[in-house]
Design a protein around this ligand. Structure first.
Ligand code: ZN
Length: 251
C-alpha cells in the first residue's frame, strides 16, 4: 500500500499539465517506491518503526514532486504519517477530521517567536504511566513540508491551526542534533525536524532510524546523480544496520 506522501505525489502528478522535471534531477525512469532510478533503488532497506507519535505533513504545492523531498522518508519510517497538500483557499475535510480526532494531541512545529506566547510549548507530555502521570493522547506533529518562505505563509494563513499549541524546538536540542550530525547548518530538512520531534516524544528508535535513513537516501541520491554504484557496505548503510540491530535488541 503506497504511503500518504506517495499518494499525494501521484495525485499532484495527475494534475500536472506537463511532466515535472526537477532542476538538476535525473530524467530517467524512477522506482515508484523510492523515487530513485531502479539501479539505485533503496526499497529493500525501508525501515518502518512502530511509534506512538504520528506526523502530519502539510505540503506546499510542488513539494511532493521534488525528488529531494524528505517528507517521503518520514512516511517510510513512521507508519502514522499523514500528508495533505496545502492551499490557502481550501481545507481538506480529512485534515479537519484528523485534527479533531480525540486520540491525537496535535502540535504545530514552528519557531515560537512567530506565535502568541500562550500557545508556545517546549515539550510534549510522556505516555501514561502507572502513577497516573503523562497523557493518554498520542502526540501528532504537524510539519510544514515547504521552503521557509512557504512555511511562514502556511503558518499565518491556516486559521484552523490557530487553536493548537506551537511546539518550538529549542536551541539546546538543535545544537545537540547538530553535534550528532556534523556538517549541517541551521537549516533542517523535514525528516530532520521529524527526527527531533520523535526525540522529544521519547521515540529514540524512530529518531535514530530517521537520521540514519536520511543518510542512506542522501548516499543513494548522490550516487544516482553522479552515476556511481551504491556502497552497500559504506558508512551510511552500516549506520542504518546498527540502528536496526539496536532496535531489535530493545524490542
Ligand atoms: Zn525503490
Amino acid at each position: 500500500m503506497p504511503h500518504a506522501v506517495s499518494l499525494l505525489r501521484a495525485a499532484r502528478l495527475a494534475r500536472s499539465a506537463k511532466p515535472f522535471l526537477a532542476r538538476g534531477g535525473f530524467k530517467r525512469e524512477r522506482c515508484a517506491g523510492c523515487r530513485l532510478v531502479p539501479s539505485h533503488c533503496m526499497c529493500a532497506v525501508r525501515p518502518p518503526v512502530a511509534t506512538r507519535a504520528g506526523v502530519c505533513l502539510l505540503m506546499a504545492d510542488i513539494e511532493p514532486l521534488k525528488p529531494t523531498n524528505t517528507g517521503w522518508l518520514v512516511a517510510d519510517v513512521v507508519a502514522d504519517t499523514f500528508a495533505f497538500g496545502w492551499a490557502r483557499t481550501e481545507t481538506d475535510p480529512a485534515l479537519m477530521a484528523l485534527l479533531s480526532d480525540p486520540q491525537w494531541q496535535p502540535y504545530v512545529v514552528f519557531p515560537g517567536q512567530y506565535a502568541a506566547p500562550e500557545r508556545v510549548v517546549l515539550g510534549v507530555p510522556s505516555s501514561p504511566d502507572a502513577a497516573g502521570g503523562g497523557s493518554a493522547k498520542r502526540p501528532l506533529f504537524i510539519l510544514f513540508d515547504a521552503t521557509w518562505a512557504e512555511a511562514r505563509k502556511m503558518f499565518r494563513r491556516s486559521p484552523y491551526l490557530d487553536r493548537l499549541p506551537v511546539l518550538s524546538l529549542q536551541p539546546e536540542q538543535i545544537t545537540q542534533y547538530k553535534l550528532r550530525n556534523s556538517g549541517r547548518d541551521d537549516h533542517f530538512c523535514t525528516s530532520e525536524v521529524a527526527a527531533m520531534c520523535m526525540d522529544l516524544a521519547g521515540e529514540q528508535a524512530a529518531q535514530q532510524t530517521l537520521d540514519a535513513y536520511l543518510g542512506v537516501f542522501t548516499h543513494h541520491y548522490l550516487c544516482a546523480k553522479n552515476q556511481q554504484p551504491v556502497a552497500w557496505d559504506g558508512a551510511a548503510h552500516q549506520r542504518l544496520r546498527e540502528v536496526a540491530a539496536r532496535r531489535d535488541q530493545v524490542a
